[in-house]
Design a protein around this ligand. Structure first.
Ligand SMILES: C[C@H](O)[C@H](O)[C@H]1CNC2=NC(N)=NC(=O)C2=N1
Length: 101
């Protein structure tokens, strides 16, 4: 089920399919770099829309030209679940359209 905690091996296996993402402090995380602060802000808004669509929400940190996404599943005791990877995959799919790298 999407909201069951994944094992450490499952997390590592799935992270291999998501270059740039890492496991840190019981979360999966990635920091994107963008060309401008406005572009970074637009990426945050786009991510917010996807998160409401999925009803699954990361901690998104906006910097000058960076966006950090950090997520685990509160209802699974703050463990990493399939829902976190589903969100990460959606963010990965939309980030290039904002020039994120
Ligand atoms: C009631 C609603 O389903 C929950 O509050 C959702 C919203 N977004 C969420 N996001 C995350 N990351 N974990 C959750 O457990 C979660 N639960």
């Amino acid at each position: 089920m999407a909201n069951e905690p994944l094992s450490q091996k499952e997390i590592e296996d799935r992270l291999r399919e998501l270059p740039g993402w890492a496991f840190e402090d019981d979360r999966i995380v990635r920091t994107y770099r963008l060309g401008t602060h406005f572009a970074a802000s637009a990426l945050v808004v786009h991510i917010a829309g996807v998160q409401d669509e999925l009803n699954h929400h990361s901690d998104v940190t906006l910097g000058y030209d960076t966006v950090r996404v950090s997520v685990n599943t509160h209802s699974a005791g703050d463990a990493v679940t399939g829902a976190d990877f589903a969100l990460a995959e959606r963010v990965e799919a939309l980030a290039p359209s904002h020039g994120a790298r």
